[in-house]
Each structure stands twice: as structure tokens, then as C-alpha cells.
Design a protein around this ligand. Structure first.
Ligand SMILES: *[C@@H]1O[C@H](CO)[C@@H](O)[C@H](O)[C@H]1NC(C)=O
Length: 246
């Protein structure tokens, strides 16, 4: 009797784990990479340390905004998700067309404004970021949507979320509020302090030959999609940093 009850509990638990949950069934407070994190990868990102990478590239994007490189899911110990992406069946090469045909009317224009490629076509850049990184956001797997899933919803949800995080973690304004504006040189410490004052955490501030190139903010994820910033180390800028005008 006891044994069969135990077996049915085990079977029920196994079923719960095997059947993906839709958002509403997931805890809204569990934090990725913590002991409360769910083992259901629809409820907590499998790669629970997520890196938002924004870049400062003269010639690209608004003169008063960083542009996006991407949103990269890493394992909790900081190791990378698979470099080839996490789901070859969703590695699309036509993300620009997907955005145009399946995104909201503002998604495509926001992508063009805030996520321009500085090295290849926008389509190739966006397709690469989606295929390599977006497919590794386990909570956006089509099975997690249940029967309500519509084609490419995972793609547009990912891109929309990345744009929203850029707007929320507006580095240009964070720096400007500390009187750090393009066209000057500033100490690395002053830049780091400005980011800490704005967002409560340290960032990874990267330079190329003493010139600011990009800034990474790390997050853990509460529930499926509330991004909670955490401290980041490993900046390659030091001393005095050149912040050029665009
Ligand atoms: C980040 O580090 C600072 C110390 O530099 C600490 O006070 C703060 O609690 C840390 N924040 C998080 C979210 O870990």
C-alpha cells in the first residue's frame, strides 16, 4: 500500500516535470540560480545568469543611446550556453522578415533604431543573436506556451524583451545623470559609480584601446521574465576612458 502510494507520487512528480508548464503555473518569486529555482525549464531559465550587452559604436544608433549587442543566457557559474545555440530547429536565418511579418508595428522600427548591426546586415546580426542566444532562453521554448503558441512568438517575445531591458537599463542617461557625456574622457571609477547609482549594481565596462566599447549588466531572473540585476566583474577599462561622440 505504502509502496504503491509512493510510486504513484513519484509517477505524478515525473509527469509534472515532463509536461511543460505555462507561465501562470510557475512561481512568480523563484529566482534563477538560487535554491528556490524551479527545475522546470519553462518556469526558471535553464541558463539563469543573463547578460545584457549594450555597445557604444560611433556611427550607429541615436547620439544619445547605447545600442544593443544582445541578451546572452549563461549558466549560473558563468559558463556559456552552447555556442551553437540550444535548439537547431529554431535557428532561423530570416529574423528580419520574421520581425516584419510577425512583430508589432513598433518592433521593427525599434530594432532598426536600437539594434543596428555595425558589421554585417541587420538580418544576419539579428538571426545570429536569436539563433545563438535567444534559443537558449528555455522559458521561451514553444512547448512552454502550451496550446496558445503561435509561430515565431518566441522570437518576437525575445526581441521585445531585449529592447525593453535596453530602455530600462538606459546607460546613456545613467552616465549623463553623473555628468558623463560623449566627447570627453572620464575615470573608469566615475563611470562605474554612475552605473551603480542608477541601477544598484556594478557592470562590466569594456574598452578597446582606452575607448569605451560596451557595457554588460548581469541579471538573475525572478519567475520567468522579471530581470533582477546582479553585480558583474571583469571590466577591461581602467584609468581614464575615452567616451567619443557618435
Ligand atoms: C553589489 O555589491 C555591493 C558592494 O560593492 C553590495 O553592497 C551589493 O549588495 C551587491 N548587490 C547585489 C545585488 O549583489
Amino acid at each position: 500500500m505504502f509502496k504503491s502510494t509512493l510510486l504513484s507520487v513519484v509517477a505524478a512528480t515525473a509527469m509534472m516535470l515532463a509536461v511543460p508548464s505555462v507561465d501562470a503555473a510557475c512561481s512568480t518569486t523563484a529566482l534563477s540560480c538560487s535554491s528556490s529555482a524551479s527545475t522546470n525549464t519553462c518556469c526558471t531559465p535553464k541558463y539563469g545568469l543573463v547578460v545584457l550587452v549594450q555597445q557604444w559604436v560611433p556611427g550607429y544608433g541615436p547620439s544619445d543611446a547605447f545600442t544593443l549587442h544582445g541578451l546572452w543566457p549563461d549558466a549560473c557559474d558563468g559558463t556559456y550556453a552552447p555556442s551553437n545555440g540550444c535548439d537547431s530547429s529554431r535557428e532561423y536565418t530570416n529574423v528580419e522578415t520574421i520581425v516584419q511579418n510577425y512583430g508589432t508595428s513598433t518592433l521593427y522600427s525599434d530594432m532598426q533604431t536600437y539594434w543596428p548591426s555595425d558589421a554585417e546586415s541587420n538580418n544576419d546580426f539579428w538571426s545570429h543573436e536569436w539563433s545563438k542566444h535567444g534559443t537558449c532562453v528555455s522559458t521561451l521554448a514553444p512547448t512552454c506556451y502550451g496550446s496558445s503558441y503561435t509561430q515565431y512568438e518566441d522570437v518576437t517575445d525575445y526581441l521585445t524583451k531585449v529592447l525593453a531591458l535596453r530602455a530600462q537599463y538606459d546607460l546613456y542617461t545613467a552616465l549623463a545623470n553623473a555628468k558623463i557625456t560623449p566627447g570627453g574622457s572620464y575615470t573608469y571609477t566615475a563611470m562605474q559609480n554612475a552605473i551603480k547609482a542608477a541601477f544598484g549594481v556594478t557592470a562590466k565596462i569594456d574598452c578597446s584601446s582606452g575607448t569605451l566599447s560596451d557595457i554588460e549588466i548581469n541579471f538573475n531572473v525572478k519567475g520567468t521574465s522579471t530581470y533582477v540585476p546582479v553585480n558583474t566583474t571583469g571590466s577591461t577599462c581602467s584609468g581614464t576612458v575615452k567616451y567619443p561622440t557618435k
